[in-house]
Design a protein around this ligand. Structure first.
Ligand code: SAM
Ligand code: SF4
Length: 328
C-alpha cells in the first residue's frame, strides 16, 4: 500500500480497548473517560479478520496497544492468533506493565521480540502522583521479566513540567547497565479533555539539553528509517536514548502507519478524527474485497502531515480526546 504522497504503508497500530488500570495525568482524567460499551468494541474475530485483510495488503508490522491491552478479556489467545498470521513480520505491544510480568514467558513463546513499556519516573511516589495508582513495583517486575526473556525493551516516558523532569537524568542513567532504549516523549494534548494542558514546556530540544548537561559525551546515532525518535548513545552505555518530538510533529514526513481505534475506526493520521468506520463495514456484511478497497481509498487520501489532518477534522477543532481512545 502506498499513500498519495508516495509513502509505503506497512505498519498498523491496533488499539484493542480504551480501558485502563492506570490514570496517567497526560492521558486521561482521574475519573477516567466515557468508556466504550462492550458491544462497541470489536470482537477478537472481527479484529483478526481486519488484521488479516491488512496483512494481505502489505501491512508487515502490527503493534497492539490501547488503553491497556492486558485488561482486555481474551487478549492472550488473540495475540497468539495474530502471531500466526501469514505475512506478518513483526508483532509488538505497548503496555503499562502493570499486569504483564506473569505473561512474559507466554509472550516470548508467541514470538514477541519487542515491547514498549510506559514508565515516566523511577520514583514510586512520583509514579503514584502521575498515574494515581501505586503500581510501580509491578511495572519494574515486567521490565525485569522482559529483559530476562531476551525481549527488547523500549521505555516510553512522557516529559511533564512539574511532574517528572527530575527523572530525565535517572532514566538516562538506566541505559548504563541495562540494554534498554529510553525514549522521552513530548507531551501531546490527547488527555481526555483535562484542562491542565496549555503550552508545551518541554520540547525535544530542552530535553536534549538537559541530558547533555549530565552526559556531555552523548552521541547522535543514525535514525532507522521511519523512526519517530531522534536517537542517541552514551559511550560505554549498554542501552540507547531516544527523543520523540510528538508535539512538534517533526516525524510526519516519513509516516508509514495506520491506526485502528478500539471501536474499529481507521485513522490514517494520529491527528485526524477517523476516516473510515471499518467496524460498520464488517458488521454490515462487507466482503474482504470491499474492506480492502475502502482501506486503499483511505490511504490514497492521506493528509501530508498532522497539521493538515487536524485542519480536516470533522468534529470539534483541535485534539482533546484521550490517547487511550486512539492507541498512542
Ligand atoms: N496503556 C499502554 C501504555 O501506557 O503503554 C498503551 C496505550 S498508551 C495510550 C500508548 C502510549 O501513549 C504510552 O507510551 C503513553 O505514554 C503515550 N501517551 C499517552 N498520552 C500521551 C500524551 N498526552 N502525550 C504523549 N504521549 C502520550
Ligand atoms: Fe493507561 Fe497507557 Fe493512558 Fe497511562 S498512557 S492512562 S497506562 S492508556
Amino acid at each position: 500500500m502506498t499513500d498519495n504522497h508516495g509513502r509505503v504503508i506497512n505498519y498498523l497500530r491496533l488499539a484493542v480497548t480504551d480501558r485502563c488500570n492506570l490514570r496517567c495525568f497526560y492521558c486521561m482524567p482521574e475519573e477516567g473517560i466515557n468508556w466504550l460499551q462492550r458491544k462497541e468494541l470489536m470482537t477478537n474475530d472481527e479484529l483478526l479478520r481486519i488484521c488479516s485483510i491488512a496483512v494481505n495488503m502489505g501491512i508487515e508490522k502490527i503493534r497492539i496497544t490501547g488503553g491497556e491491552p492486558f485488561v482486555r478479556k481474551g487478549i492472550m489467545p488473540f495475540i497468539a492468533d495474530l502471531s500466526r498470521l501469514h505475512g506478518l513480520k513483526e508483532l509488538t505491544i505497548t503496555t503499562n506493565g502493570v499486569l504483564t510480568a506473569p505473561l512474559v514467558p507466554e509472550l516470548k513463546k508467541m514470538g514477541i521480540r519487542s515491547v514498549n513499556l510506559s514508565l515516566d519516573t523511577l520514583d514510586r511516589n512520583r509514579f503514584f502522583a502521575i498515574t494515581h495508582r501505586d503500581e510501580m513495583p509491578a511495572v519494574m517486575a515486567t521490565m525485569d521479566a522482559l529483559l530476562h526473556h531476551g525481549i527488547d525493551v523500549k521505555i516510553n516516558a512522557v516529559v511533564m513540567e512539574g511532574k517528572n523532569t527530575h527523572d530525565i537524568v535517572p532514566l538516562v542513567a538506566l541505559t548504563k547497565d541495562l540494554p534498554v532504549s529510553v525514549r522521552f516523549i513530548e507531551e501531546m494534548p490527547f488527555n481526555g479533555g483535562g484542562d491542565h494542558y496549555t503550552v508545551l514546556h518541554w520540547d525535544h530540544l530542552k530535553i536534549l539539553e538537559t541530558i547533555k548537561d549530565c552526559f556531555p559525551l552523548i552521541e547522535k546515532m543514525e535514525d532507522p528509517m521511519f523512526s519517530t525518535s531522534y536517537n542517541y548513545h552514551i559511550p560505554g552505555h549498554k542501552g540507547t536514548v531516544g527523543i520523540i518530538a510528538a508535539y512538534t510533529r517533526s516525524f510526519c514526513g516519513t509516516c508509514n502507519r495506520l491506526r485502528i481505534t478500539p471501536q474499529g475506526v481507521l485513522k490514517t493520521c494520529l491527528y485526524d478524527d477517523g476516516v473510515l468506520n471499518v467496524s460498520d463495514m464488517v458488521r454490515n456484511g462487507g466482503s474482504d474485497d470491499a474492506i480492502a478497497r475502502a482501506l486503499v481509498n483511505a490511504v490514497s487520501h492521506r493528509p501530508q502531515d498532522g497539521w493538515e489532518a487536524e485542519r480536516n477534522r470533522h468534529s470539534q477543532k483541535g485534539v482533546h480526546e484521550s490517547m487511550a481512545a486512539i492507541g498512542g
